[in-house]
Write a protein that binds this ligand. Structure first.
Ligand code: 5GP
Ligand code: ZN
Length: 116
């Protein structure tokens, strides 16, 4: 089986697996984290399968920039831009990455714990 077919986020993007989608365009999708760790806990993913930040290339500069800006738009739409929020990108084992499809966590709605 191809990697993408086994990937839960690819299956969410393909709508073969249900999720609570809050934003979608041609290149990215945002949906609610199934185990929310904050009142607002969303995941923003590129629609194409990219494992992690290490696998991004110069060709992805635009995509990454647009994803960062989309996070602030989504935060505004969810009413947490003013109160504040945290954006997290986990990479690899030590980074605590469990799903190996690049994603940003967007957490807010209450103070969010951090290691830094
Ligand atoms: P990571 O540790 O890889 O950065 O975080 C992966 C996140 O994906 C976790 O917060 C986890 O709760 C979430 N997650 C895992 N499987 C699913 C799923 O099937 N649907 C949704 N909506 N979120 C998921
Ligand atoms: Zn994937």
């Amino acid at each position: 089986m191809k990697k993408e077919e086994e990937c839960i986020f690819c299956n969410i993007v393909a709508k073969k697996v249900d999720s609570a989608i809050v934003f979608e365009n041609e290149e990215m999708m945002a949906f609610k984290d199934i185990r929310a760790k904050a009142p607002v806990h969303l995941l923003l993913v590129p629609k194409k399968h990219v494992v992690d930040l290490n696998a991004m290339t110069e060709a992805d500069e635009g995509l990454l920039g647009r994803m960062m800006l989309q996070l602030s738009t989504i935060a505004k739409e969810h009413g947490i831009a003013e109160s504040g929020y945290k954006v997290v990108n986990n990479i690899g084992n030590d980074g605590g990455q469990i799903i190996h499809h690049f994603h940003f966590h967007l957490l807010g709605g209450a103070p969010v714990q951090s290691v830094v």
